[in-house]
Design a protein around this ligand. Sequence first.
Ligand SMILES: [Zn+2]
Length: 122
Amino acid sequence: MKRITTERLTIAEANDLLDVDMEPGFWEALISLISYPELSFEPATQSVAFPSYVPFRELAKEWIEGLETGIYEIRLCEHCATYCDLNRTDGIWAIPDKLEGFICMPCAERMSAREYFEKYLA
Ligand SMILES: [Zn+2]
């Protein structure tokens, strides 16, 4: 019988494996987007953890391709610098036509219209 081990990849290793160069915060958002049982991002160690039977490379590859082709979208909030999954997070845009200048809803709700205008539109 094969023993199940937990694989743990650092962000550098995950980047190498997928041939990308993504920040830990982006990986965290991606892992939450993939939302695959037992695949998790560990903030304490800044690593991706999964049991050895989870096809992490294939999963991540598929989702990264989905991001590249626009099926999924992860955006960095310009205010709190959190990566947000746009399918699950609402937000507002400084330039809605171009989908530029994303602000996540929690930030948008905390900010006054004036503050928003002065920071992002003026
Ligand atoms: Zn935010």
